[in-house]
Design a protein around this ligand. Structure first.
Ligand code: XIL
Length: 320
């Protein structure tokens, strides 16, 4: 049995892919997953360098792969402080930037809106720590405090049938989760069309704790929105840990499996509102965590190993 079969009555099982892995990991993707996300190819700054001329070639390749193989797709992402084309923020003002962004949303919607079931409309706009609410960004400083609201309105207008998500990381951290919940609650009170919270779930075997994750689910479940796990991976290193490993020890592999089992128990518990679980990559041989936060440090965060074989964490979540 495969992951997608095991969880067919629960949620879609997704993976982030790129133009390389749809070839190198094709068999594994088609065997185990029924949903995909472009790891980079649909980001604003990837489809256009200058905000005027667009090149959809890479995104199109991945969409064709999804279509040919009957995979569902999430769109990632419309508004983000990273990987946006810098020229759109130069010599501009609120009205001009909104006009340009609305054009972008419409373009993405026209090309892909009918093919995707969900879209991460705004990504990582909440500040991580301290008293700041929104993260500082040109989006915030040029448009003003309603920039997220407007993004969702544009997205809704252009893609009325797509599940629209607010997406963030450190989403289980107590302080930040309250800010995310406030954002969503305020939007709903204002009648802004938000359907879903995307929990990136870039976790590691030390943090967040399973209890923190449980509390975050309780909080988000109370908001009356769907939940998507959008970028799940479980690093073998605590975030501040800069050490390097040649091979993961059996102990670490076991802790990772235990962690995956416990968080899948939570996902299963919330199956009524959890629509999809997406891992950020397909197998350990191609994970962004082997370059982040420590450049060129090998990591083993996913369900399949460097040879595309299932790991103990895979067995753990198949064993319910
Ligand atoms: C990452 C990609 O995996 C990398 O290839 C790229 O260099 C940087 O972005 N949060 C997100 C994702 O929303 O888009 C990021 O993906 C990981 C963190």
């Amino acid at each position: 049995m495969s992951l997608k079969e095991k969880y067919k009555d629960y949620f879609l099982i997704g993976a982030a892919v790129n133009t390389h892995t749809i070839q190198t990991h094709k068999d594994l993707i088609l065997r185990e997953f029924n949903s995909i996300t472009c790891e980079n190819e649909m980001k604003y700054g990837e489809v256009t360098n200058d905000g005027v001329t667009y090149d959809f070639a890479d995104a199109d390749k991945i969409v064709a792969f999804a279509k040919d193989n009957g995979l569902a797709m999430r769109m990632h992402t419309l508004l983000w402080h990273n990987q946006s084309p810098p020229p759109i923020f130069k010599n501009t003002d609120r009205d001009r930037l909104l006009q340009v962004f609305r054009g972008h949303v419409n373009r993405m919607a026209q090309r892909y809106g009918k093919l995707v079931y969900a879209c991460g409309v705004a990504n990582e706009v909440i500040d991580d720590k301290g008293s700041e609410y929104f993260r500082k960004s040109p989006w915030l400083s040029i448009i003003g405090d309603d920039f997220v609201d407007v993004a969702f309105e544009y997205a809704k207008e252009a893609m009325p049938n797509v599940t629209l998500c607010y997406n963030d990381y450190n989403e289980s951290e107590p302080e930040k989760s309250l800010k995310i919940a406030k954002l969503v609650r305020d939007m709903k009170n204002k009648g802004i069309p938000i359907d879903c919270v995307g929990l990136q779930a870039h976790w590691n075997i030390v943090s967040p704790s399973v209890d923190e994750i449980k509390r975050a689910f309780e909080l988000y479940a109370g908001l009356g929105v769907k939940l998507h796990i959008t970028e799940l991976d479980v690093s073998l290193f605590a975030f501040e840990d800069r050490s390097v490993l040649k091979e993961p020890s059996l102990e670490l592999i076991k802790r990772q499996a235990d962690f995956y089992r416990e968080v899948f128990a939570i996902f299963r518990q919330y199956r009524d509102i959890v629509e999809s679980i997406t891992t950020w990559g397909v197998a350990d041989d191609e994970s962004w965590l082997s370059n982040f936060p420590v450049p060129n440090r090998k990591n083993w965060p996913l369900l399949f190993d460097d040879n595309h074989q299932s790991k103990p964490c895979y067995e753990a979540i198949m064993d319910f």
